[in-house]
Write a protein that binds this ligand. Structure first.
Ligand code: NAI
Ligand code: MG
Length: 334
């Protein structure tokens, strides 16, 4: 039967880069049926809410979603749409690979790191958010559960095995956050013992930031809690040429949403300047999830050829072209 996919084009640069990915999927012969759904500011305008029920229904029904970035209005009592989606569908793993292509403005070559970020707990649990009546004190609850830590750390080791990776680094701050990060680290050590075929290391998060900048080649798979994973994965994107290069997959037991790591980039929205590589690589992750590895490889190789030859690349990559020219260059290779 034909695979149906829910597509959320999103806000800002979202529609431009998602359209690019759809053209490329079609070009490699993917015969998907698409259900388009609104979320974010577009949905607020069209339906009066950021995350309409019909969108949630489509995500649940098709189980696979390709999504552009969404703008969450700041400080107007809206909870983040992305955080809501991840919690609602229990997409507990956020898989964010970064891979070097030559020809970007990146400082390094041969970077190949996957950050596996816990996606539903930690500082982003959304619980216990209180500001005192006089506005002088604020608090929020950070929650780590044994079950949550076990499933994300196991996920990271299973990914390492499946992809033939050699090393898993658990990143934490157990020296200060003794209860939460402490539990995460304890579980990481237990699970490490079950995977003797994979090298296990651990690192405190601030040191991990420095090590990633100074000596990134020591990293292979990083597994960490929600907030650290959010920050480290942007840092990793910076190692390979910026946010335009970084895809992410939110994976749960039943549903998966594939998206860019970055946001709606209001500073370049509507200007045909965005690098669509992030969402194109997210669609590559989607094809791998759907066990269509040959098509995934074709797209990744075409991207590599375009970026490495500098053929019609976008400005963030040092080129002088727009989203549509870049996309055409990839289509031409395919
Ligand atoms: P951002 O990620 O949108 O942009 C940060 C910087 O990276 C900007 O200078 C932008 O121009 C650049 N950039 C991002 N994607 C690019 C691309 N594909 N090509 C070239 N340059 C690119 O972060 P910002 O500005 O902090 O957030 C903007 C909005 O996005 C906020 O409303 C935020 O809530 C939302 N957001 C949504 C996310 C999602 O839907 N997954 C994730 C992160 C932020
Ligand atoms: Mg982020």
């Amino acid at each position: 039967t034909q695979q149906r996919i829910t597509v959320i084009k999103g806000d800002g640069i979202g529609p431009d880069i998602v359209d690019a990915a759809l053209l490329i999927l079609e070009k490699v012969g993917c015969d998907f049926a698409y259900d388009f759904a609104d979320a974010g500011l577009v949905a607020l305008e069209n339906h009066g809410e950021l995350l309409p029920q019909q969108t949630l229904d489509l995500i649940e029904k098709n189980k696979v979603t390709l999504k552009g970035p969404l703008t969450t209005p700041v400080g107007e009592g809206f909870t983040s749409i992305n955080v809501s989606l991840r919690k609602k569908f229990q997409m507990y793993a956020n898989v964010r690979p970064v891979l070097s292509f030559k020809g970007t403005k990146a400082r390094y070559e041969d970077i190949d790191i996957v950050t596996v970020r816990e996606n539903t707990e930690g500082m982003y649990s959304g619980l216990g958010q209180v500001v005192s009546d006089d506005g002088t004190e604020a608090e929020a609850k950070s929650i780590i559960t044994r079950q949550g830590a076990e499933r994300i750390i196991t996920f990271a080791y299973e990914l390492a095995r499946r992809e033939g990776r050699k090393k898993v680094t658990a990143v934490h701050k157990a020296n200060i956050l003794k209860s939460t990060s402490g539990l995460f680290l304890k579980v990481a050590r237990e699970i490490a013992d079950k995977y003797p075929d994979i090298e296990s290391t651990e690192m405190i998060v601030d040191n991990a930031c420095m090590q990633l900048v100074m000596n990134p080649h020591q990293f292979d798979v990083i597994v960490t809690t929600n907030l650290f994973g959010d920050i480290l994965s942007d840092l990793c994107a910076g190692l390979v040429g910026g946010l335009g290069m970084a895809p992410g997959a939110n994976i749960g037991k039943d549903c998966a949403i594939f998206e860019a790591v970055h946001g709606s980039a209001p500073d370049i929205a509507g200007k045909n300047l965005a690098n669509p590589t992030s969402v194109i690589l997210a669609s590559v992750q989607m094809l791998e999830y759907l066990k269509m590895a040959d098509k995934a490889d074709k797209i990744r190789n075409a991207l590599k050829e375009v970026i490495e030859s500098g053929d019609r690349t976008t400005r963030d990559l040092g080129g002088q072209h727009g989203t549509t020219d870049f996309t055409q260059a990839v289509l031409d290779r395919l």
